[in-house]
Design a protein around this ligand. Structure first.
Ligand code: SF4
Ligand code: F3S
Length: 107
């Protein structure tokens, strides 16, 4: 199993999660982060750090967001690793909690 970043990260990208990951499994795209499921050791540390509550254990991902499990696996093979906290995206607080953000994902 692995942890999974889901829709509410899109257009927020707070990056608090990367600071606690002991195995550097976060990968960064333009407006979203993903977790490499082959590297994640299920330590659970990142889940409570996300201000957008976007991180779930794979078996707890909400049903309507299960497509993000494959998306994390796919994009983590393409995007570079991120290990340092950065500023959140502009307007992250306004986007936090909005639905329908998948169509705004930049790859
Ligand atoms: Fe990293 Fe642990 Fe989160 Fe997996 S559960 S992404 S190992 S911090
Ligand atoms: Fe995204 Fe939350 Fe990390 S918004 S960048 S999963 S802290």
């Amino acid at each position: 199993m692995a942890f999974v970043v889901t829709e509410n990260c899109i257009k927020c990208k707070f990056t608090d999660c990367v600071d606690v990951c002991p195995v550097d499994c976060f990968h960064e795209g333009p407006n979203f982060l993903v977790i490499d499921p082959d590297e994640c050791i299920d330590c659970t540390l990142c889940e409570p750090e996300c201000p957008a509550n976007a991180i779930f254990a794979e078996d707890e991902v909400p049903e309507e967001q299960e497509n993000f499990i494959a998306l994390n696996a796919e994009l983590s093979k393409i995007w570079p690793i991120i290990t340092n906290v950065q500023d959140a995206l502009p307007d992250a607080d306004e986007w936090n909690g909005k639905t329908g953000k998948l169509e705004l994902l930049e790859k």
